[in-house]
Ligand binder design. Structure first.
Ligand code: TA6
Length: 292
């Protein structure tokens, strides 16, 4: 790749990660090449929309708390091998930057790639290639493209594990999941049904099933709504660890659990994807801010 587009900077963080900073008239953002992880995104004139923990550890081989981690090719603990990295190997693998581009409307586009190779051989005996397309403007768009370049079909789960910034999670509500069935991971995956908007007043860890619906996060404290649009996903995960689990995690910062909620566009559980040789799956999201 030759040169970087205007407004894109590459630097080495003191912790050892390679980071990209993006600034244009519409927004600013940061990206770590490790994990192909968007770290933060702030539209011009707004408070941050994608939240990075103030206590996040930016270290090689460690998952970074915040941003939009890419869970791939499994979600949560590996079913057969609990010692394998949680949420798959892609979020701590070294991705390559393949393109940066400034669009006519002023948005910045980047592409990153994770090819099959030594990084995945220990964990995943297939030949996948992953591409992440990022568009940073007044809205943030992410598209994760999974291709099967091998000769056998494979099955995978994935999630764009987005951490959204909120003024106070106790005041926020999530709209768009009314009537959906979900598995409650805080209660042994008990099947439940959502009634009305979702509010958070304790630990929440849920997999909403059979839903391709867009969601809105209402945040009266910051007088805004965050719109989450998605395609190629029929499951949605909502997570907040609440006080005790947050303290165990140790990288959420003081009261960090009150400043964020995860709303993840996913292909998990029944919605896992089987890709035949030569097959391709696209998971696309767009995040944007609307007035309250
Ligand atoms: O998406 C929800 C979840 O799977 C939770 O169960 C919780 O553990 C969270 O992700 C964070 O996982 P991590 O491995 O990043 O600590």
């Amino acid at each position: 790749m030759h040169g970087l587009a205007d407004g894109v900077q590459r630097r080495q963080d003191p912790g050892g990660l390679e980071l990209l900073g993006v600034a244009n008239d519409q927004a600013s953002a940061g990206i770590a090449l490790q994990g192909g992880q968007l770290l933060h995104w702030t539209p011009a004139g707004e408070k941050p929309v994608i939240w990075l923990s103030p206590a996040a550890k930016l270290l090689p081989g460690k998952a970074v708390r915040g941003g939009v981690p890419i869970c791939w090719p499994w979600f949560g603990a590996h079913e057969q091998n609990p010692g394998f990295p949680a949420h798959g190997y892609a979020r701590t693998a070294p991705w390559q930057l393949t393109e940066t581009r400034r669009e006519d409307d002023g948005a910045t586009c980047l592409a990153l790639r994770l090819s099959a190779g030594p990084a995945n051989a220990d964990w995943w005996p297939h030949a996948p290639s992953l591409e992440l397309h990022i568009r940073i403007g007044t809205a943030l768009e992410l598209e994760l493209v999974t291709r099967n370049e091998g000769s056998a079909a494979f099955r995978f789960s994935t999630a764009l594990h987005a951490y959204f910034a909120v003024s106070d999670v106790r005041q926020a509500s999530i709209h768009g999941l009314d009537g959906c069935s979900y598995l409650d991971k805080t209660d042994g995956n008990r099947p439940c049904r959502q009634s009305g908007p979702l509010t958070i007043a304790g630990e929440v860890d849920r997999v909403y099933q059979k839903t391709g619906a867009d969601c809105l996060i209402h945040d009266p404290g910051w007088q805004r709504r965050i719109r989450v649009e998605k395609r190629g996903s029929h499951s949605t995960v909502v997570w907040n660890p609440w006080r005790d689990k947050a303290a165990q995690l140790g990288d959420l910062g003081e009261d960090g659990y009150l400043r964020m909620l995860c709303l993840e566009s996913a292909n998990v559980a029944d919605d896992s994807i089987t890709l035949p040789p030569g097959g391709e799956h696209r998971l696309w999201v767009r995040y944007s801010v609307l007035p309250a």
